[in-house]
Design a binder for this molecule. Structure first.
Ligand code: DQA
Length: 141
């Protein structure tokens, strides 16, 4: 099974960005861990990060026919990008939404996810382990 792990805006700065909220683990370390966790489950994990909404949408479209599952942390786009909602819906691949922080206990504007309705599940507040949980959840579908 091929899994695409997508990370959105500002997640390239993990490790130095608000470590009090997001921890000290870098995106490179998370992506490497995802490849290992995936391999242990018999999955091939590809990782993609972009700070640009359109690039994320293009990558999701390119997943059609090549990927089986998607894990996505859309960053702040989570809260307002109907375009990413529509892209996830359009590609029709089982998708799990991940957030390092617990978006439901932070600022009011973070508590809404416009992508949740088209995702099979949302995992928030588990730090990098949330990505592992998403891969395990997909493995059980
Ligand atoms: C985030 C939460 C978002 O609100 C924020 O804009 C991010 C990261 C998380 O992983 O906790 O960039 O998606």
């Amino acid at each position: 099974m091929n899994v695409l792990v997508v990370n959105g805006p500002n997640l390239n700065l993990l490790g130095t960005r608000r470590p009090d909220v997001y921890g000290h683990t870098t995106l490179g370390e998370i992506e490497q861990a995802c490849r290992k966790w995936g391999a242990d489950l018999g999955m091939t994990v590809s990782a993609f990060q972009s700070n640009h909404e359109g690039e994320i949408i293009d990558r999701l479209h390119a997943a059609i026919g090549t990927m089986d599952w998607i894990v996505i942390n859309p960053g702040a786009l989570t809260h307002y990008s109907y375009a990413i909602h529509d892209a996830i819906e359009a590609i029709g691949l089982p998708t799990i939404e991940v957030h390092l922080s617990d978006i439901f206990s932070r600022e009011e504007w973070r508590r809404t996810s416009v992508v949740s309705p088209v995702c099979a599940a949302t995992i928030a507040g588990r730090g990098p382990d949330g990505y592992r949980m998403a891969l395990e959840a997909l493995n059980q579908t």
